[in-house]
Design a binder for this molecule. Structure first.
Ligand code: NAD
Length: 375
């Protein structure tokens, strides 16, 4: 099989595979073609890829030869998509439930689409879990970014010139990104509080040295495999009151709350932002799915009443070398499920990972939730 590694669109610094992964794909009897300059923003040169056996060519040539194209993002335009062969197999991170129209366009050309973010969050799938590997980076970078915008220190300092109080950080949503944000803020010396609707995370939050904010009566997440579910109106009201009281005292708020397949829950209202001290910073990692903050603008940094609000769901792109390294390993582990000992490609839909990731197979949409949206 010919695997093509694409150059990602403007604004994305990561690349699907760094040279070490290409080397392993070549060992798996695959022919790898890479678009010239694809790894540049992640600090991998064309020469590095050539050295491990890849063919470097321009975009049109790669797309013409490839059976499979590894591209994290969808092609930006219909014209670009038209340059890929019929039946091309796409492997990326496409958030298919939010992008049913794009998925349908690919299906209409007989293509196959594997979206690594649709892989089940099981123990066996952990090595392919792009959501975790990338969310970890986002949580870390959110705190670094907040610290860079914050006009005060993070740690407590006692100096001859006077004392500095530690920053108060509030993390909303203690999943993979939230837990890493807590750990990073703690390392920088902040006092951290965190909130999540899943009571199961309380112990993890506390073991990182943060305080867990409790709101009684959350909806039982067990039916959704332990993932967050939407909450009752009464719970949302009590949650809002608790968050409002905590936010008024917080200097930094990192929001990461998501509900798979749904709009991100709105947790921080305009009034709450206006209750914060000037100079405070909010980083909203849920910006691309609607945002946890009423005032968030996806992809923008705004200042409201002296509070900086950063809406960015693509922070892993700002740590491109390590984000590409981890994504590439996830991708390799997934491809190892598809590539047989003879080097040939096979889709075994009895494998729950292959079945969930492959949302379109040879033009047929396999995911019932996407089908419902497009019909
Ligand atoms: P996510 O990105 O979907 O959501 C982030 C967090 O937001 C979650 O913890 C969620 O509970 C929380 N949230 C949702 N609605 C909220 C609200 N109204 N208020 C406050 N918080 C809210 O989640 P994720 O980080 O991808 O992972 C969620 C869980 O799955 C984590 O506990 C993680 O450890 C677990 N997980 C397990 C595996 C595995 O077993 N292989 C792999 C990855 C993740």
């Amino acid at each position: 099989m010919v695997i093509g590694i694409c150059k990602e669109p403007e604004g994305e610094n990561r690349v699907s595979c760094l040279p070490d992964v290409v080397k392993q794909l070549v060992q798996l009897k695959q022919e790898v073609w890479i678009e010239s300059g694809a790894g540049e923003r992640a600090y991998a040169s064309d020469a590095d890829y050539k050295a491990v056996g890849a063919h470097v060519a321009d975009q049109k040539e790669v797309w013409l030869h490839a059976d499979m194209l590894c591209r994290m993002h969808f092609p930006e335009s219909d014209e670009l998509l038209a340059q890929a062969r019929e039946k091309t197999i796409w492997v990326g991170m496409y958030q298919p439930l939010y992008h049913a129209a794009e998925i349908q366009k690919m299906a209409s050309r007989g293509m196959t689409v594997c979206s690594l973010d649709a892989i089940p969050r099981t123990t066996r799938a952990q090595s392919m879990d792009v959501l975790s590997s990338q969310a970890n980076i986002a949580g870390y970078k959110a705190v670094i970014l907040a610290a860079a915008h914050y006009p005060h220190y993070f740690p407590m300092l006692m100096t001859a010139a006077g004392s500095i109080q530690p920053a108060k950080v509030l993390v909303l949503g203690a999943g993979v990104a939230g837990l890493q944000a807590i750990a990073t803020a703690r390392r920088l010396g902040a006092v951290v509080e965190a909130f999540d609707t899943r009571p199961a995370v309380k112990e993890e939050v506390m073991s990182l040295g943060a305080k867990f904010i409790e709101v009684e009566g959350a909806a039982d997440p067990s039916a959704a495999g332990g993932y967050a579910v939407e909450q009752s109106a009464d719970y949302q009201r009590r949650q809002k009151e608790k968050i409002a009281a905590t936010i008024a005292k917080a200097d930094i708020v990192i929001t990461t709350a998501q509900i798979p397949g749904k709009r991100a829950p709105l947790l921080v209202t305009r009034e709450m932002v206006e209750s914060m001290r000037a100079g405070s910073v909010i980083v909203d990692l849920a910006a691309s799915t609607g945002g946890n903050t009423e005032l968030t603008r996806n992809g923008e940094t705004i200042v409201h009443h002296g509070v900086t609000i950063i809406g960015n769901s693509n922070l892993p792109s700002t740590v491109p070398a390590d984000a590409s390294k981890l994504y590439g390993r996830n991708l390799l582990h997934f491809l190892q499920l598809l590539i047989g000992k003879d080097g040939r490609l096979q889709f075994n839909f009895e494998d729950d990972i292959v079945s969930a990731a492959c949302v379109v197979y040879e033009g047929k949409i396999r995911d019932a939730r996407i089908l419902q949206t497009v019909q």
